[in-house]
Write a protein that binds this ligand. Sequence first.
Ligand code: SF4
Length: 187
Amino acid sequence: MKLQFSRKDAAAALRELKRSGARKVLLSAASSLLAGPEGLAVLREAADFCIERGSALSIAGLAPCFLPGYARYLLAAGAGALPCAHSARCFLAGACTGIPRRHAAVAGLFKPPPRGFTDLEQCMLAILARKSGISTAQVLKAAKGIKICASCSNEGEVFRAAERLIKFGLVSKEYKGGVYLWSKKRD
Ligand code: SF4
């Protein structure tokens, strides 16, 4: 069963889905659905309904920024997909295949959603707020005095957290004297 979700018809599409006994469902998002949270909430309800009922679910015409947590159900953006201007700094970009061509007129709506920081990232930011331009070894030493993060115990964890923060434009690194020096960028 294929159901098109537009802003105007989303509620009717959800009712139709609930009436049906379809075991294989394709939900498709029209551009008008992207204009506000109400239509997307209905689409999310439809997706949850399919997941709970055990239907094979696919969702067409969306990028992960509109449905974080549902990336595994999203179909690829397909032929003519547009590149996203925010992909370099989007934490969902790894699961994103671009902006479906059908949404070219509203491509500006595709933006990374807010993302909370992990404990490791919060810890790194707290350490660098106290002192910038420090090595990985110094970060690990400083982490012992910070309660946010109990698990930061090796250089690999520091590197991974710091690289994510670099991607978000919050931290920078410089190779100097054989080691990387980490700094917090100005807010
Ligand atoms: S903001 Fe851009 S890169 Fe991120 S999920 Fe949306 S379309 Fe993809």
